[in-house]
Design a protein around this ligand. Structure first.
Ligand code: GLA
Ligand code: ZN
Length: 722
């Protein structure tokens, strides 16, 4: 597509320690099946292109900002993220504020028609604050050993403040209020960017005290806590609340509650910042930049305190072999779309090599466009970068940027020209701002379930990573050219026809009733091994797995799990006459659950070992629907063959006729005017032909009719419209 593109027209102060504050959903038209959404900010109704801009590093270099704005125009930058690490320049001394430099950037942005995404500076604290108030600095445990006394960190790096510290919260609220009062009604302000990449945990006395308050609010009595934490084990029974002084990982209930607390703390910190911004600058959408499947907090809960989801995406398409990466990134984009069930913002990406990977290869020609449009394909209303201008110093001086060290000469550079291509593409795809993705299949993902399995010692300790199962089953569906969502357990199931529970180890209260209703009403539900093992307190279900009524729903008793050594293999043989008839023998690694089909049809059996001939995949017809159990870690192609039949049986329409190789990404967005945009994305060196079937498409950039069979060369992208 790169050639075609050339021809396109360019285009509260929360000072006291509180237990987990319940988060409320801000007013938001948000959720709802299959309709387009208003643009992120209707005053800037196009796809945003630009990113992190740090003019505060360049005060001593006259003319730099002039040059930047000149180059913004050439690069097609229409949005900048400002002030992310600017606290020391906004408040150089305690209580002394200097905004002149920021006023200047705002006014220039307005004149240039550039939207400003204004950050709160809480991601990096100034030295005066860290030294005068040691409590703002995080306390960490030595090498994460439970039981060792935590130590106070020195002032260094960033993102390492205490989320409980009343001083930190008060100082952040103060600078946020001043920013909101000053810029809240500036015509260039498009969105708030709260802090930067929230994460981590603090083991200081303030946090532990807050944790105990959080526990009291949750359990009310110590008896209830002891019961939930199973503290009869190793004589761990607590006789008073103040005995809870460390995070003992042998008490899994405690360790899980600590994760929940840290998550709530982080979200509450973000919510407190959002509250100040909404109070002093009403009407401006609020986001924070997240990190894909980052484990540190429950992203579905975080989504509730935000108006817009945004995330930072740094794919490793240059790694060889890289066939995993397409699905990893597709899944992460889809997750972000699912967090609020609407389009999101790609807040950071790199226009070239990062500085932090072991080997920082150049992006191949076209690869930047491919990975950028991959985000748009799955729901992003932007392509934004870290960073716009490369710094001269600091640890990120070799991280790619739109404007390189050679300054005014940057437009001669290949990387700059690839950025221009993205700008032109986004210009041509402008109607996509707010466009939706009509997914009829979904995977259920729950941070708490993932934490619980990560914290568990056993049933084995390698080979059952939740992410692995999620990616495999996501890909098994995606490769048939259907759109898939990622949803939390409490999302409405009614608009989906196919729902997958990939190793959903922990079941939230009431979840299994919801599954039952979904199947009875005609849904197809698939659960894999390691689903339904513990309740929300990390206590195992009794009376056979999967628990909490799922044994009856699937008609299966999962008796025991055989974990394979890395080099070992088994196989499953699909040989049922049942419809849909799936055939073939597929390789299995890592996990083989031994199951009994108590009240289900056997669709596949194991091929080897003492359980050869026993069931590996089953199906039970329930009401108008079906409940499938997938007991083994089958190879990619076997999982894909399984979903091929299910998708056909259910009748979910495929976007293209070809089955896709795992490294190719195909997705659809539908704009407010009803036009459908089909993205065919190849971020890799491979090549493929895609059969579009009987549909008639036009190239979104040239208007040329598309042939039925489309060739995608290495790193090539096509966008088609109808
Ligand atoms: C993160 C941060 C940025 C920058 C980039 C570098 O995403 O948010 O400030 O450090 O990484 O890739
Ligand atoms: Zn702390």
């Amino acid at each position: 597509m790169s050639q075609n593109l050339e021809e396109v027209a360019s285009c509260s102060p929360v000072a006291e320690i509180l237990p987990a504050v319940p988060v409320s959903e801000p007013a938001d038209p948000g959720a709802g099946p299959f309709h387009a959404f208003p643009p992120v900010n209707p005053r800037f109704p196009y796809l945003w292109h630009g990113g992190d801009y740090n003019p505060d590093q360049w005060f001593k270099y006259p003319g730099t900002v002039d040059e930047d704005f000149r180059l913004f125009k050439e690069a097609g930058v229409n949005a900048i993220s400002l002030g992310i690490f600017s606290w020391a320049h906004l408040e150089p001394e305690e209580g002394v504020f200097t905004f002149d430099w920021m006023d200047d950037i705002f006014d220039r942005a307005q004149k240039a028609g550039v939207a400003v995404i204004l950050a709160t500076p809480s991601g990096g604290k100034p030295n005066w604050l860290a030294h005068k108030y040691p409590e703002v600095r995080r306390m960490s445990r030595h090498g994460n050993w439970a039981g060792m006394p935590p130590v106070r960190e020195e002032q260094h790096l960033r993102h390492n403040h205490c989320y409980t510290s009343p001083v930190y919260r008060q100082k952040v609220a103060e600078v946020d209020r001043r920013l909101a009062e000053r810029y809240g009604s500036h015509p260039a302000l498009a969105m708030w960017h709260i802090s930067n990449e929230f994460g981590g945990e603090c083991h200081c006395p303030l946090c532990y005290a807050a944790f105990r308050e959080w526990l009291k609010a949750k359990y009310k009595t110590l008896d209830a806590l002891n019961e939930a934490w199973w503290t009869g084990f190793w004589s761990h029974r607590f006789q008073s609340w103040d005995q809870i002084t460390t995070i003992d990982t042998s008490i899994e209930g405690l360790a899980l509650d600590w994760r929940r607390f840290c998550s709530d703390r982080t979200i509450d910190f973000c919510a407190a910042e959002a509250e100040v911004l909404r109070k002093y600058a009403p009407g401006i959408p609020v986001t924070t930049n997240m990190m894909g499947f980052y484990p540190g907090y429950d992203h579905f809960k975080m989504a509730k305190v935000l108006d817009v989801i945004s995330w930072d995406c740094y794919p490793r398409y240059h790694d060889q072999p890289n066939t995993e990466e397409t699905r990893v990134q597709a899944l992460a984009h889809v997750l972000n779309r699912g967090l609020k069930d609407k389009p999101f913002i790609l807040m950071e990406s790199s226009p070239g090599p990062v500085n932090w990977a072991p080997v920082n290869r150049l992006l191949r020609p076209g690869q930047h466009l491919a990975k950028s449009l991959q985000a748009v394909a799955h729901g992003s209303d932007s392509v934004l970068y870290f960073q716009i201008r490369k710094g001269r110093g600091g640890s990120e001086k070799f991280h790619a940027a739109v404007i390189d060290h050679c300054g005014a000469e940057t437009p001669k550079m290949r990387m700059f020209q690839e950025v221009q291509q993205v700008s032109k593409a986004l210009d041509a795809l402008k109607p996509l701002a707010g466009a939706y993705t009509p997914a009829r299949a979904a995977l259920v993902y729950d941070w708490e379930s993932r934490w619980a399995l990560e914290l568990a010692q056993g049933p084995s300790n390698v080979g059952h990573d939740v992410g692995h199962v999620v990616r495999k089953h996501f890909d098994g569906m995606r490769r048939h050219g259907i759109c898939v969502d990622v949803i939390p357990p409490d999302r409405d199931f009614s608009r989906y026809e196919l729902i997958v529970l990939p190793s959903l180890y922990l079941l939230q209260d009431g979840f299994s009733d919801k599954c039952k209703a979904f199947v009875e009403n005609g849904g197809t539900l698939v659960a894999t091994y390691l689903t339904g093992i513990v309740n929300s307190s990390c206590l195992t279900f009794q009376h056979g797995f999967p628990g909490d009524g799922l044994r009856e729903l699937f008609g299966v008793w999962d008796e025991e799990i055989d974990y394979l050594y890395p080099e070992e293999r088994n196989e499953i043989i699909f040989a049922s006459e049942e419809s849909p008839r799936i055939t073939g023998t597929w390789e299995v690694r890592n996990v083989c659950s031994r199951i009994h089909a108590e009240n289900a049809d056997v669709i596949a059996t194991y091929g080897k070992d003492f359980y050869a001939g026993e069931p590996a995949v089953t199906c039970r017809k329930v009401g108008k629907g079906q409940a499938w159990y997938f007991a083994a870690d089958c190879c990619d192609d076997g999982v894909a063959a399984f979903y091929a039949k299910l998708i056909d049986r259910i009748g979910i329409p495929r976007l293209v006729e070809s089955e896709l190789p795992t490294w190719l990404d195909v997705s659809l967005r539908v704009a407010a005017d009803g036009k459908e945009y089909l993205f065919l994305i190849n971020p890799t060196k491979e090549e493929a032909w895609i059969n579009l079937g009987a549909h008639t498409w036009q190239d979104a950039f040239t208007g040329e009719p598309a042939a039925q069979s489309v060739h995608l060369g290495s790193w090539q992208t096509r966008v088609l419209v109808r």
